[in-house]
Ligand binder design. Structure first.
Ligand SMILES: C[S@@+](CC[C@H](N)C(=O)[O-])C[C@H]1O[C@@H](n2cnc3c(N)ncnc32)[C@H](O)[C@@H]1O
Length: 210
């Protein structure tokens, strides 16, 4: 994970990791999410990481409840961040692994995940789409942010370098192709409805339950 600076929460001595990328991309993502989620009530975030997105989005979207989640061994860091920046509509973070048999018992009408699809393995991507398709109610949306390939090609030299770095670290990780995701989504009863170009050669892909 590309986290730059480790900060120390002096109050509880928990080491919090800080993502410079999340700091840069949180406002552009919020600009898209605000109108998209205007009529939604509860968002399940998968792979919340440091929680920088959760603590920024929740107070900016006060009409809904934001539910951050993380792998059990990273939950303490996320919880520490959420406690440091509390919000009435920011739910306590929950442990969640995409490989879990059961999803958190949350009645979410939206699922959000940032920078996870290139980290997890393809079978986990399939599982995530399948579960999102099953969990969401009709018209529920699934928002996926990160770098993506188009028609089997990188969209920038920096994404190509990043993919090489990812695969050296974990051969089963890597930037996913939008065509593969669209095909997968169709199998999971969700459809591509938006493809937003974002700064730094990222995209925000939005899927809707059919
Ligand atoms: C690159 S980080 C992105 C964090 C944050 N969403 C962001 O954009 O800054 C990828 C995240 O996916 C989480 N993750 C990896 N495998 C996972 C799994 N099997 N289930 C749930 N989350 C997972 C990691 O713990 C990590 O926090």
């Amino acid at each position: 994970m590309l986290y730059a600076v480790a900060a120390i929460n002096l109050q509880n001595q928990t080491h919090m990791i800080f993502s410079e990328a999340a700091e840069r991309n949180k406002q552009p993502i919020l600009n898209i999410l605000r109108p998209l989620l205007a009529n939604h009530k509860a968002v399940l975030e998968v792979g919340s990481g440091t929680g920088q997105h959760a603590v920024f989005f929740a107070p900016a979207l006060p009409h809904l409840v934001w539910h951050p989640t993380e792998l059990p061994d990273k939950l303490a860091m996320l919880t520490s961040m959420c406690r440091s920046y509390p919000s009435a509509n920011l739910a306590p973070p929950l442990p969640f692994d995409i490989d879990d048999d059961h999803w958190p018992a949350i009645q979410a009408d939206a699922v959000f995940t940032a920078n996870t699809l290139h980290i997890i393995h393809w079978p986990q991507v399939c599982r995530l789409f399948s579960r999102a398709g099953a969990l969401l109610p009709q018209q529920g949306i699934f928002c996926t942010y990160g770098p993506f390939n188009r028609n089997g090609r990188y969209t920038s030299a920096s994404n190509a370098q990043f993919d090489e770095w990812l695969k050296n670290r974990d051969p089963e990780s890597g930037i996913r192709d939008m065509n593969d995701l669209r095909q997968l989504a169709e199998e999971c009863a969700i459809t591509s409805v938006h493809d937003f170009a974002m700064p730094a050669n990222n995209r925000l892909l939005v899927w809707r339950k059919n």
